[in-house]
Design a protein. Structure first.
Length: 142
């Protein structure tokens, strides 16, 4: 198991890693709609916040040589199921024809009172190895 802290992604707001790789799987911690530069919540609408969350997941995945097309499972945590339709529309646009398994649940609250948090599991296919920034903490670059 290797832990990863990806430059350019929002810093972890607790004692956890942005991602952990184990074999061919990469487990990305939940992302909220934080601006990586200011660490402030971005967006008011569920659509704006979902877009920022997916941007953040793409930064983490990209730091490991992966993208949304490599995601095999997501867990979506909504502050209200009333936001499902708006989240789902942005999610569908961003994932395109790729359809990973997904669980969506309503929670009492998300960190920093975000309307949405999304975590994912991705897989490196065909023996492809990650291409992380060699200067990133926990990097498995050689």
């Amino acid at each position: 198991m290797k832990t990863h802290q990806i430059p350019g992604a929002p810093a972890a707001i607790g004692p956890y890693s942005q991602a952990v790789s184990a074999g061919s799987l990469v487990f990305c911690s939940g992302q909220t709609p934080l601006d990586p530069d200011t660490m402030e919540l971005v967006g008011v609408t569920i659509e704006e916040q979902t877009a920022r969350v997916l941007d953040n997941l793409e930064i983490v995945l990209g730091g490991l040589g992966l993208g949304l097309d490599d995601v095999v499972k997501t867990n979506v945590y909504l502050r209200s199921m009333d936001d499902f339709e708006g989240m789902n529309a942005v999610y569908a646009r961003r994932f395109g024809a790729h359809r990973p398994a997904r669980t969506t649940v309503a929670v009492r609250a998300n960190p920093l009172d975000a309307r949405v948090e999304i975590e994912c599991v991705a897989e490196r296919l065909g023996g492809r190895s990650a291409q992380p920034d060699p200067h990133a903490e926990g990097s498995d670059a050689t």
